[in-house]
Ligand binder design. Structure first.
Ligand code: MEV
Length: 435
């Protein structure tokens, strides 16, 4: 019978598992043993992972794959991808190879500005508030200087603070809209610390100002925004249409159909969501492998996809003068220092594999992984259909579900080279082998 518990966080790891086992698994020791098989035998390494979050009971594995042959701005990369979905790494690798033979990916950083807000309410005259803000703005900045000095020394820091009147959207609502340059740090801690200092100084000066005796100010919250439309990267591939020809694919027909598929995702949100999900297959996998915050990236990118008022494709195509160009611009606030980057041994390994990119370079690599993934998905969808390749890759998952032996797997792989993979066809094949 399930029940509530107080003081769960104070229990040892073993006690936590015991409580979960007694409460949810009828005291079954096998379930506890399962959790323990995922503990690392290296105690120090395990402790490191235990301490990343609270109430850790075990590790949750995801495969880490690598997609080689990514030619980005004339440099080759092998891109690490942490993802559970079969066929994503294969699709990325295929797209990488395809474009490496057609000039590779080109990328540009369009901006690196990050944003945060002090959200507050005020019930007095706007003109008084604006005048007050303009007078105390230098004080807000100087009060926060100790927090900003090391970022400033490295060439980053606060870009500007503006007072924004949001009362047309919500009664008495104003904000301090703050812009930052955080260089190679994702910047969440830096930005949030600065914002909290701004809000403290802002409130203190407001209280001291006799003009505001009759007015009320309430700081609601101070927090960075994960919407970073000016921290933007562009990734692009392009080649003459006839170079898109491959095996039985005619370049001209393929380009037209591909462009039509992207056009559909530009006008139809049902399709746009799935289209962009394919892009996120590539993006999230690299974000996870490099220890960045995929929730922040997801939220920001989907908001960007809706910036024109309806949810749209993030990628675009044009075909002009016989040249096919496929590109994407996406907001990405990433860090190559801080967070997990120096802590998680596999994240460190991934950074080494990527030749220690700075934040701008990582933005470009991540954007390319997304563009490549989308190219591969839309190419399959508009030519062979997605299931052929997907089910081939999924075959191993089905075989593992059926607990196939190594020899059964070998026979199945060779049989399904020329036969369609479906769940039931694999079940039948294995049943036949076993009978
Ligand atoms: C599956 O994970 C992703 C796709 O659905 C993307 C798409 O439809 O473009 C194949």
């Amino acid at each position: 019978m399930s029940k509530a518990i107080s003081g769960f966080s104070k229990l040892s790891k073993t006690q936590k598992i015991q409580w979960l086992s007694d409460t949810y698994f009828s005291g079954n020791t096998e379930t506890s043993q399962l959790l323990e098989t995922y503990w690392n035998s290296d105690k120090k390494l395990q402790q490191l992972h235990d301490e990343f979050i609270e109430n850790t009971i075990t590790n949750y594995y995801l495969p880490l794959g690598v997609a080689p042959n990514f030619l980005i701005n004339d440099t080759y990369y092998s891109i690490p991808m942490a993802i559970e979905e079969s066929s994503v790494v294969a699709a990325a690798s295929k797209a990488a190879k395809f474009w490496s033979e057609r000039g590779g990916f080109k990328t540009t950083i369009l901006g690196t500005t990050k944003v945060g807000h002090v959200h507050f309410t005020y019930n007095g005259a706007y003109e008084d508030l604006l005048d007050f803000f303009n007078r105390i703005k230098p004080t807000l900045i100087s009060d926060a200087l100790p927090l900003m000095s090391s970022m400033k020394k490295r060439g980053g820091g606060l870009i500007d603070i503006q007072l924004v009147n949001k009362t047309a959207s919500l009664k008495n609502y104003y904000q301090l809209h703050c812009e930052f340059e955080t260089l190679d740090a994702m910047g969440a801690n830096f930005i949030n610390s600065c914002l909290e200092q701004f809000s403290k100084s802002f409130e203190e000066r407001f209280m001291e100002d006799i003009r505001f005796r009759e007015s009320e100010l309430s700081i609601i919250m101070s927090i960075l925004s994960n919407y970073v439309p000016n921290c933007l990267v562009r990734a692009e591939v392009s080649c003459p249409v006839d170079q898109l020809s491959e095996n039985e694919i005619n370049g001209q027909e393929f380009a037209q159909k591909f462009a039509q598929a992207v056009a559909i995702a530009e006008v139809e949100p049902y399709r746009a969501v799935t289209h962009n999900k394919g892009i996120m297959n590539g993006i999230d996998a690299v974000i996870l492998a490099t220890g960045n915050d995929f929730r922040a990236v997801e939220a920001g990118i989907h908001a960007y996809a809706s910036k024109e008022g309806s949810y749209k494709s993030l990628t675009h195509v044009h075909i002009k003068n016989g040249i096919f160009t496929f590109w994407m611009e996406i907001p990405l606030a990433l860090g190559t220092v801080g967070g997990l980057t120096k802590l998680h041994p596999l994240v460190k390994w991934c950074f080494e594999l990527l030749q220690h990119p700075n934040a701008k370079e990582l933005m470009q690599i991540v954007a390319v992984a997304g563009l490549a993934q989308n190219f591969a998905a839309v190419k399959s969808l508009t030519t062979t259909g997605i299931q052929k390749g997907h089910m081939k890759m999924h075959l191993m998952n089905i075989l593992n579900q059926l607990e196939a032996s190594t020899s059964e797997k070998g026979k199945a792989i060779s049989y399904f080279k020329t036969n369609a993979v479906t769940h039931s066809s694999v079940v039948t094949f294995i049943e036949n082998l076993r009978s």
